[in-house]
Each structure stands twice: as C-alpha cells, then as structure tokens.
Design a protein around this ligand. Structure first.
Ligand code: GLC
Length: 674
C-alpha cells in the first residue's frame, strides 16, 4: 500500500504494477502520444479545434445547448447529463495515470481525467513536450461521441516542478515562514501560469494540512502548525484559480485543497504498513478536529471557491465515540465528505480520491468502490486499475447499491469544472504563456520568496549580515546541491540529491555576492583559515510522503540513486554535517549554519554553543541565491518560524499552546537584521 511508485522511473510495488507501467509507457510511445509530435488536432478530425483554439463548441455552437457557451453552466450541465449513457457517466468519474493509458483508452472508455503522478513525465520533458502530451490525450477525448474534454492533473506543489526548467518555489513550510499571503498568492499564480501553459488544467494543490508532529514526512507540504496561519495561506487557491469567472484564463488552473482532513493530525505509530505516521489515524474529538483540521477548508471553499478537494489517506477516530470504536478512512467518511464538506461547507466542486486510496478500504473491490462513491467520492484516482473501477462501479449501480442520483451528482460536479475551465470552447493547450516557464521574472519572485522564508534563529556578535569582503569558508552537504535544496516532488516523486536543473545553489548565490576569497570544502577537510567566516549549509536529503516519516522506509528507486537506499529520516544532522559544523565553528573566526530541511532538525546544546549564526532555510527550491540575499544583507531577515523548533525529536509532537511547551525556538520566533 505504501511503496506505490508515482512514476515510470520507479521500480513498482509488484510485477503486475511494473507490467502495467512499462506497457503503458510503451503503448503511449507507440501511439505517438508521449511528447512525440502529438500536437493539436490535425484538420478535419471530429472535434477539430479551429485556428483560434475553439473546440467542439466552435463548430456546432448553438445546435446543442451544452455546447452553447452563452448558456449558464448549470443549464449546460443539465443538458449534457441528459444525453449521457451510464458508461459515459462512469467514464467521467474515472482518472487514469498517463503511463498506463493512451488517448485511445480515453476514447474507448470515455475517461474523465488523466494524471501525472510525481515524476511521471513525457519523453520530452519540456514545455512543448508536456503540451503535446496533454493535447494528445485531449484528442482522444474529443473523438468520443459527446466530445467531453479530458481534465489533466499534476502535483505542481511548489511550482510545476515535474517539468524540467520550471520555476521551483520554496515548499509550503518556507512560504509559511514568510507570513506573506499576498506573496503566496503571487507564487501560486505563477505556478498556475507555468502549469496551464504546458497543458495540465488541474493542480493537486495547495496542501492545507496543519502539521502537528514534524516526524511526518509531509511536514514541508504544510504552511505550519497553526490552523490560523494555514487558513491565511488558503489564498493560494485564488492564486491558482483566480477570481470567479477566471478559471478559463490561460494562466489559471483548478485548485485542490488537500488532504481533507486531518492528514497532519495523525498519531505517530498509527500507520499501517511501513510508514510510521503518514496515512495514520487522527485520534481526536470532533471539536478539536474542526479547530485543527477543518479550519483552513472554510476559506478555501467559501472565500476562494476551490473547485476540487482531495480526501486524505488518513483515518479519523472520534474520541467522544470511544477511542477505537469508530475509526474510518477519510475516503469512506460519509459524515465528513458529504455531511461536512458538501453539506455544512456547501462545497459544490468535485472530490477526487487519492492515489489508490479506495484500495485501503475494508471489504472486497466492489465493496470498496461502492463505499467510496456512496461516501462522497466523485472521481476515482485509479492510476492502473481504472478499467476495474469502471467495471465494479457499473455493477454496483446496476445492482442498485449505488443510486443513480449519486452518479448524476458526481458527474454534474465534474462537468461543472470542465465548463468553468472553458475546456468545451478551448480544449487544447493555450500556449501563449509557454515562454514564461522559468522566466527571469518568475525566478525573481521565487528569489524574493526564498529570502522572505529564511528565519534567523541566532546571531551572536551580529555575525549576520556577512561582509562581502570577508574571506569565507563554505562547507556542508547542502551548500551546493540543488536537488537537496528543492526536496521532494521535484522532477521525480521523491526528488533526488543527484537532480540538476536550472537555478542557483546556495553556494552559487554566495559566490555571486562575495568579493572575498571563498574556500569550498563540503566535509571541511580543507584547512580552515583563522580569519575566515564559516558558512556551513547542512540538512536533509529529499523525500516525499511516508518515506520522510521518522523511522519510515528507505527509498531506492530513483535512477540517480543507483539502487542505494536513501538515509532513513531521523530529524538529526548527519554525522558528516555535525563534523563539518564542529570543525568549521571551532577553527574559523566566526561561523553561520544554514539548515536546509523540510522541518526542524535536532541541534545539540554543545553544537549550538559553537554556532554564532543559525538560519532555518527550509527547502528553497531553484533560487538558492535568495538565501545569499539575506546572508549578505541585500534583504533583511523577516521570516518567522511556522512550526515550533524542538530541543529534541523526543519532544514531538510539540506545538504552541501545549502545556509543557519548552522548545529550543518557539513558534513565530525570528530575529531581524538591520
Ligand atoms: C499522492 C499524494 C497526493 C498526490 C497524489 C497524486 O499519493 O498523497 O498528495 O496529489 O498522490 O500524485
């Protein structure tokens, strides 16, 4: 259940999965749909787009109500729904992964959506390659009887970072440290522009998780431990979607607040399988769940109009019902999906299940499918078993165990988003902004976000800002590693230390500013000049989901890893990094340590006493020069801790407001520089 790979590069969980993944990729290549010249539709193909990109509506506008863009969306939905067969409706409720499906499958099955799992990229991983791939699937959709366009979804969780050359922004934990919702909206808007311009119209973001135990491998996907802070950052939804009526613009995408809800509330040790906290159980009262987990979804839905929501893999165990007596997976949680989300919150968008989350429910396959759909799932993310999903749901509807009213509700929600996105009028990628991908202007905003995300935790003797003329000695595992500074969900699902892509490392940023001698020695094995200022950049190697759980499983499937398992995560500095800090801070005139990580790391009192300046750098992404900007005072330090920085890992979970709150640095802490 856990080690499910997200990309064709990954060694899959089981032979059958591998066969499906490899066959899918081969088929797609043969079909010429994976980034190989599958440009927008050739002339005279059914549903051919006219030169202005108009879809079916451009041809038969006015003949069929659902193709009339002047009609209100609800009328178009009603008309189209009335024309659909059960098979066409269930097809719309089905999402497959690009490596396992072809445009011909989209046509034959009437698939409503295709996704790229983390790292699942076209053969030509360029903006044009992506747009051609997505348009290839769209061509398949427009060859169906009713020409219902397909939705293409990706995880552009810190920029469209599957795409080589995209602007890679700081992960959410760094954006939370900025305390700047306007900046977060701008970052999300740029992400939407770079995503839509390359094809995908749907982004499985933002994560509105409220991280309460930093041992969780997804801590960096959270804006922080405070539901108030995360609620403020729900503005990311507007950055992605724009305001009402803008979803059909070429720089907007459908947003997906996730993972509803309580993904960051799980208790350590409650996970099934080899994860330790990811996908575990939130053992909580309804009152605390509302306060800690549901809070950010109110603005996301009521204020910003999110068009889709993704339930969490995790479960909820209501304490007032008696711990252990009422434990339900979110994917099957009727009370929360239908009662709260669609009922009390009035959510009228679509609910997309997480990656094979349906498989985690009790019972046989048909029972799992029936339970999820009846609970409120509208579309199933079934990367490989999409055919089996269609078969099972069809059987359940025909047996009367899933009411037609539920199917019609789900399909209406899906069609509504497709109409709002303008896909019936412009189904193919609008490429007018494609040259903005990774542009200087976008990177400038990312660099600003990096600078604002840096949190100054210690500044003994005003070691910061650094003098441009001072001799420097730069060490540490994360000083010159763009893969490590970007973290997970970058080019591959898990990210990777070997990744290389456009951007600047922190060392490159330092060298760009410094006018003095800069000695570089990652392990501090080179002699340390007595008069030098040491800068030691330490931290974590990339991970995603449960592979980042403290004590969680090791990942060893990224090609660059050469089969070598990555270090098991422990929220501590590696021995090499500890040694580098000890060496440099003992011998240099003064020293600064920058921690590049997805969460706080344990720093012993002995080591901390040797450090003059300490900076939380989080996961800055492609623009490492933003770190240099604050180190040298080009920008002031303004960041504040989005999570509590504990003295030891053993203190976890440790959050502001806890009775025995005794952190090394409290939530909200951050020093300023002049
Ligand atoms: C993953 C993640 C989810 C992501 C989805 C598609 O399992 O839980 O955040 O959107 O799969 O990649």
């Amino acid at each position: 259940m856990h080690a499910t790979p997200r990309s064709t590069d990954a060694a899959p969980r089981s032979p059958s999965r591998r066969t499906a993944l490899v066959l899918g990729a081969v088929t797609a290549l043969v079909a010429g749909t994976v980034g190989v010249g599958a440009a927008s539709a050739p002339a005279n193909t059914p549903g051919t787009v006219s030169s202005n990109g108009a879809g079916a509506a451009g041809k038969s506008h006015g003949k069929l109500p659902y193709l009339n863009p002047r009609l209100p969306t609800h009328k178009r939905v009603k008309d189209l729904l009335s024309r659909m067969t059960l098979a066409e409706k269930i097809g719309q409720m089905t999402q497959a992964e690009r490596a396992n499906a072809t445009p011909a499958d989209v046509t034959a099955l009437g698939l409503g959506s295709i996704l790229s799992g983390g790292g699942s990229v076209p053969a030509d991983n360029s903006p044009e390659g992506w747009a051609d791939m997505v348009d290839g699937f769209q061509q398949g959709a427009l060859a169906t009887r009713l020409k219902i366009p397909v939705l293409y979804g990706v995880d552009a969780v810190h920029g469209h970072a599957n795409l080589y050359g995209a602007t890679v922004f700081p992960h959410n934990i760094g954006l939370g440290a900025t305390r700047d919702p306007r900046l977060v909206e701008k970052v999300s808007h740029i992400t939407a522009e770079e995503t839509r311009a390359t094809g995908p119209q749907w982004n499985f973001a933002p994560c509105l998780c409220v991280v309460r135990d930093d041992r969780w491998g997804r801590s960096y996907e959270s804006f922080g431990e405070s539901p108030r802070l995360v609620s403020e950052m729900a503005v990311a939804v507007r950055g992605l979607q724009g305001r009402p009526g803008q979803l059909d613009n070429p720089d907007r995408v459908l947003a997906t607040p996730k993972h509803f809800a309580g993904d960051g509330l799980t208790t350590f040790g409650t996970s099934e399988g080899d994860y330790t906290i990811d996908q575990g159980i939130s053992i909580v009262s309804r009152e605390d769940f509302a306060r800690l987990a549901l809070a950010p979804y109110w603005p996301a839905i009521r204020k910003y109009g999110a068009g889709s929501v993704m339930p969490s893999f995790s479960s909820v165990d209501w304490t007032e019902d008696g711990v252990g007596t009422n434990v339900l997976k979110m994917t099957a949680h009727t009370e929360l999906l239908t009662g709260v989300l669609k009922g009390r919150m009035g959510f009228d968008g679509l609910v997309i299940s997480d990656w094979e989350a349906i498989h985690q429910l009790p019972g046989d396959w048909n029972t799992q499918v029936r339970t999820a759909i009846n609970a409120g799932i509208d579309m199933a993310m079934e990367p490989a078993q999409f055919r089996e999903f269609i078969t099972a749901l069809t059987e359940e509807v025909q047996a009367g165990r899933v009411p037609m009213s539920r199917i019609n509700d789900a399909v209406s929600r899906i069609l509504t988003q497709k109409f709002e996105l303008g896909l019936f009028e412009k189904p193919y990628t609008d490429r007018r902004n494609i040259d903005e991908v990774g542009s200087r202007q976008h990177r400038k905003v990312a660099r600003e976000a990096v600078a604002k995300s840096q949190v100054l935790l210690k500044n003994r003797g005003w070691v910061l800002p650094l003098s441009k003329r001072a001799p420097l000695y730069v060490a540490g595992s994360n000083a010159d590693n763009i893969g490590n500074q970007a973290g997970g969900w970058t080019l591959t699902w898990q990210g990777g230390s070997y990744h290389d892509f456009p951007g600047t490392t922190i060392l490159e940023g330092i060298k760009d500013v410094s006018r003095g001698d800069v000695t570089v020695s990652e392990t501090a094995s080179a002699p340390v000049p007595r008069d030098a200022t040491g800068v030691v950049v330490v931290g974590e190697t990339p991970y995603a989901e449960g592979f980042g759980d403290v004590g969680g499983p090791q990942w060893a499937y990224d090609p660059g890893d050469n089969g070598i398992p990555r270090p098991v995560k422990d929220m501590k500095l590696s021995a090499a990094d500890q040694q580098a800090v000890d060496t440099v801070c003992s011998q240099a005139a003064e020293c600064v340590v920058v921690v590049v990580s997805g969460r706080p790391l344990e720093i012993s009192p002995a080591l901390l006493s040797k450090i003059d300046g300490l900076v939380a750098g989080w996961l800055p992404g492609s623009e490492g020069d933003g770190v240099a900007d604050v180190l040298f005072g080009k920008k002031r330090f303004t960041g504040k801790l989005p999570v509590t920085w504990p003295r030891t890992v053993a203190q976890q979970p440790l959050n502001i407001g806890d009775a025995d709150y005794d952190p090394l640095f409290p939530y909200g802490f951050g020093l300023r520089t002049r």
